[in-house]
Write a protein that binds this ligand. Structure first.
Ligand SMILES: Cc1cc2nc3c(=O)[nH]c(=O)nc-3n(C[C@H](O)[C@H](O)[C@H](O)COP(=O)(O)O)c2cc1C
Length: 357
């Protein structure tokens, strides 16, 4: 049966992926409270439709940091796409381009960053974790800049990878043929060492991520790139203002899809606080638990400029490569269009919190 919504793709992934890969993809940290709360919080928000509005012309197009998108939707940075499909990031970046979506590559992409850029037909950003090895970090930034990536996304909620029970139980380790090829094999070695009861990626992060960085270190990165800087993992108005004060170009309200600090609120509940603190001074993106175009509408109505979508894109990739991932992104855009028409807000520009009940 051809999948018709995101839930169908999720169900397919459950039955087709190897248990340890499924656990790494779908799992969260701690007791997975935040993971569950993310999707549930979007579900809880009700829509408040206006009727007898001319809905003949609906427009989902958006602009983000100077790039045009078919809808305010992007692919969240996720490590190792080749875990779920042999074409990996090449398949997903092609899908994003075909669907008019933003693509954010992970620093731990399993495909060469220049090959990803060559396959991209839409805007492309590069995500970074701050590595202790600043030369390696800088080298990656320089290569991303040269390859045509248009922004850097620094993930700030992960001085180390959190304990994720599913990975600890499976002793999750990267297979030898799925590697973070944009970093040296020496730098990535610990992510490939199997040990019962240990998550190799958690252990690797303790060895290689720099937990000492603070707001003042952002100037170092700023001074070495001309690309806009996006901070991903902001959850409070206070930190959003810090981000503005430190010259950030955009922020992503994110709890890492419930994979970092368990117990933090779902992003649907945090977004308004951040949007209100920012007061239009920079674009605010949001991710975590977005599973339909209605969820996208809710995020935009709350004041987000765009959403990032994580697991659903990899469920689509696991299903059928580019066509599956592209279908996920097109579905979300089409469901957004339908929701705009049916709520009586046919354009994104007229959408605000009055559309929410
Ligand atoms: C398998 C997987 C790998 C991820 N890898 C990264 C990563 O390398 N860098 C990062 O900033 N976030 C990473 N994330 C978090 C996503 O960027 C995003 O915040 C989250 O998945 C959004 O939630 P959703 O999956 O519910 O849509 C990853 C998420 C998943 C599911």
């Amino acid at each position: 049966m051809k999948p018709v919504d995101v839930a169908d793709y999720a169900a397919n992934a459950e039955t087709t992926l190897a248990p340890d890969v499924l656990g790494y993809l779908n799992g969260g940290s701690g007791a997975e409270w935040t993971l569950r709360a993310n999707a549930a919080a979007w579900d809880r928000i009700r829509l408040r439709p206006r009727v007898l509005v001319d809905a003949s012309a609906c427009d989902t197009r958006a602009e983000l940091l100077g790039s045009a998108l078919a809808a305010p939707i992007g692919v969240a940075p996720m490590a190792y796409h080749r875990l779920v499909h042999p074409e990996g990031e090449l398949a997903t970046v092609r899908a994003a381009g075909a669907a008019g979506a933003l693509f954010v590559s992970s620093i731990f992409a399993s495909t060469d960053l220049a090959e990803i850029a060559a396959a991209a037909t839409g805007p492309l950003w590069m995500q970074l974790y701050w590595l202790r090895d600043r030369d390696a970090l800088l080298d990656l930034v320089t290569r991303a800049e040269q390859a045509g990536y248009r922004a850097l996304v620094l993930t700030v909620d992960a001085p180390r990878v959190a304990r994720r029970s599913r990975d600890l139980r499976s002793g999750f380790t990267l297979p030898p043929d799925v590697r973070a090829v944009n970093l040296s094999s020496e730098l990535m070695a610990a992510a490939h060492v199997a040990e019962v009861g240990v998550s190799a990626i958690e252990r690797h992060s303790r060895e290689r991520f720099d937990p000492t960085i603070t707001w003042s270190d952002l100037a170092w990165l700023r001074a070495r790139t001309r690309l806009p800087l996006v901070l991903k993992g902001i959850l409070t108005g206070t930190d959003a203002i810090q981000a503005i004060d430190h010259g950030t170009d955009a922020i992503v309200v994110s709890n890492h899809g419930g994979r970092q600090l368990d117990g933090v609120p779902p992003t649907a509940d945090t977004l308004a606080e951040v949007v209100d603190a920012v007061a239009g001074r920079l674009p605010v993106l949001v991710d975590g638990g977005i599973r339909s175009g209605r969820d996208v509408l809710k995020a935009i109505a709350l004041g987000a400029s765009a959403v990032l979508v994580g697991r659903p894109v990899l469920w689509g990739l696991a299903h059928s490569g580019t066509p599956g991932a592209e279908h996920i992104l097109r579905l979300l855009r089409e469901e957004l269009e339908e929701a705009l028409i049916l709520t009586g807000h046919p354009t994104l520009a007229t959408l605000d919190r009055t559309a929410l009940g």
